[in-house]
Write a protein that binds this ligand. Structure first.
Ligand code: AMP
Length: 214
């Protein structure tokens, strides 16, 4: 099974993807995480992506596609895309790539959340610097302030979760990613879930939509 998660930054795609990939034994493909990893390792791709990401803009389609093909070319498990595709050009490139591999997209899950909610969530999001677990200082804080419950490493605010960048990311979503809803909505495998619920409830709802027993 191959699944795409769609939704605003802060709609809960990352948290849902972590749950679903465990339950369904799929590969969690977060292009944001891969790009941050490339940046941390200071690879040529990471270096090229840095200024786009820091400013809340999208990394060019060509770089993203090359990176995915290099990472996933030999992967045979189901892919769970989180944060990809983000433009119609990426969606078309994904269709062509899957067609050449005899694969298809089995479900597109849109997490529907109001803009005001994602703005508030992004401002209070903290991410573990060790394992990447996502917290929210208001609605889902760690047991000990600033420290990950799972691995004990410090939590941090992502560079692009700073207030000035959040507004740009929301606008970029509206301009470049929202058109994907029309691209996918016409297909039978388009599913929509209320992303305003708690993470557990969202996972339950999505497994129900996918007709998988939790
Ligand atoms: P995310 O972790 O998904 O919120 O992504 C963080 C940042 O990485 C985005 O604001 C973009 O700069 C970049 N990025 C992640 N995925 C993509 C993508 N599919 N296409 C272009 N840029 C991306």
């Amino acid at each position: 099974m191959n699944i795409i998660l769609l939704g605003y930054p802060g709609s809960g795609k990352g948290t849902l993807a972590k749950d679903l990939s465990k339950t369904l034994d799929m590969v969690h493909v977060s292009t944001g995480d891969i790009l941050r990893d490339e940046m941390a390792k200071k690879t040529p791709l990471g270096t090229e992506a840095t200024s786009y990401m820091a400013g809340g803009r999208l990394v060019p389609d060509r770089l993203v596609m090359d990176m995915l093909k290099a990472r996933l070319g030999t992967e045979s498990r189901g892919l769970l895309f989180d944060g990809f595709p983000r433009t119609v050009a990426q969606a078309e490139a994904l269709d062509a790539w899957f067609a050449s591999r005899g694969q298809e997209i089995d479900a597109v899950v849109f997490l529907n959340v109001a803009e005001s909610v994602v703005m508030a969530r992004l401002g209070s999001r903290r991410t573990c610097t060790g394992c990447g677990k996502i917290y929210n200082v208001v609605s889902n804080p760690p047991a000990k302030e600033g420290v990950c419950d799972v691995c004990g490493k410090p939590l941090a605010t992502r560079e692009d979760d700073k207030v000035e960048v959040i507004t740009r990311r929301i606008q970029v979503y509206k301009d470049q990613t929202e058109p994907l809803l029309a691209y996918y909505r016409a297909s039978a495998n388009f599913l929509e879930a209320d992303g305003g619920k708690t993470p557990d409830a969202v996972t339950r709802d999505v497994l129900g939509l996918l007709r998988v027993k939790p």
